[in-house]
Design a protein around this ligand. Structure first.
Ligand code: ZN
Length: 379
């Protein structure tokens, strides 16, 4: 959902991006302000004034969300956690913080930095609102709304359901008290899912109340997002705990089927992919690993050329691939697979193919360990 986005610049070395869905919010906020809010404050305002004021307020709103995310990121960096980017999207902002904090105290500070920033920014706008009472009604209206939206942002984010900031606060406290990150994550993300369901339920009820339909839809939508974010975060942390200390050679398929470079695409499709139900096949010649023939490579070749095109001409060559060493930690490879949306990574040493690491290998490894009742002591 958050893959696409327009880069708009860098602050403190962090890339700032706008997801396309963010424009929906920008449009809605501008529209609601200029058609509903401003006329209710001062009916004499002309349309151009209202639209310009609406746009200006939306930009300041955008700045407020950015300030919130930026403070999370600044604190994360202070504790030695690299931050790749901040993306603003339909429900606010997300900081792509590359790994979990090492200590509960760090997590607590990173989590609180955002809502506290929103409270301060909200306070500043409310101070402007208070001091500008005698100035123009428009400035008062804008300052009041921005104060209110920032305080709401802080309050909403402090709901104690993971992965909301409040859920992170809760997790860090549980983690600190019980010393068990995994258990703390489970509890905090279960509450996050509970909050999500509550939102969905409240939203669905509102949909049937005349005048609240849109608001209800919005609430249900946020609830759905919270629920899926909570379960995704939970899965990720569980994965991390399960693969702690596991190396690529523990999990990879050791003798994957391979093809030579002169086999045609048609043969690869018929005799390998379809027959064995696999998505990719490594290309090997005289023991050397040459590249990978994947479903996406094949799709780039028109079907009527399949029987005459050799694998050599269509495969992704080895230098262009993400590969792993047998001794690499699963977690580092997994991170690359997630970031680049890869289904498999060839395992190569000295130019020779040692094995293939696929998503299904990883899943099977987890299931097998689970069935055998092998659980590592939680980190
Ligand atoms: Zn936050």
């Amino acid at each position: 959902m958050l893959r696409g986005g327009i880069p708009i610049g860098k602050i403190f070395g962090i890339a700032i991006r706008l997801n396309y869905s963010w424009f929906i919010v920008f449009g809605l906020v501008t529209w609601a302000l200029s058609v509903g809010y401003f006329p209710s404050i001062d009916p004499t305002l002309g349309v151009p004034t209202r639209v310009v004021a609406g746009l200006l307020t939306s930009v300041l709103f955008f700045g407020s969300v950015l300030a919130h995310e930026l403070m999370h990121s600044v604190f994360a960096q202070r504790f030695g956690i690299p931050v790749q980017s901040i993306t603003l999207f339909i429900f606010g902002g997300v900081s792509q913080i590359t790994k979990e904090p090492q200590k509960p105290k760090d997590e607590l500070r990173i989590a609180l930095a955002g809502p506290l920033t929103s409270l301060v920014v909200g306070g500043v706008f409310w101070a402007v609102w208070f001091l500008a009472q005698d100035a123009s009604s428009l400035v008062v209206a804008i300052a009041y709304w921005l104060g209110w939206i920032n305080v709401s942002l802080a309050v909403f984010n402090l709901i104690p359901g993971f992965p909301l900031d409040g859920g992170r606060v809760l997790r860090s406290i549980l983690w600190w008290r019980k010393g068990n990150l995994l258990q703390a994550t489970k509890t905090a993300s279960n509450i996050g899912r509970g909050v999500g369901y509550l939102f969905i339920f409240a939203g669905l009820v509102q949909i049937f109340i005349p005048g609240l339909t849109f608001q209800g839809l919005w609430l249900a939508f946020i609830g759905w997002f919270l629920d899926s974010a909570a379960s995704a975060s939970r899965r990720e942390v569980m994965m991390q705990a399960a693969f702690e200390g596991v190396r690529v050679h523990d999990v990879m398929a050791r003798h994957p089927v391979t093809v030579g470079p002169d086999v045609t695409i048609q043969e690869v499709v018929d005799d390998y992919l379809l027959l064995r139900n696999i998505r990719a096949v490594p290309v090997v010649e005289g023991g050397r690993f040459l590249g990978l023939m994947t479903v996406s490579d094949i799709r780039r070749v028109p079907r009527d050329r399949w029987s005459e095109t050799p694998v050599r001409a269509a495969m992704t060559p080895a230098p262009a691939l993400v590969t792993a060493y047998p001794d690499d930690s699963i977690l580092s490879v997994l991170q690359q697979m997630t970031e680049r949306d890869l289904n498999q990574v060839p395992v190569v040493a000295d130019g020779r193919l040692q094995g293939l690491l696929t998503r299904s290998n990883l899943m099977r490894f987890l299931h097998l360990r689970d069935e055998l009742g092998i659980r590592k002591a939680a980190a």
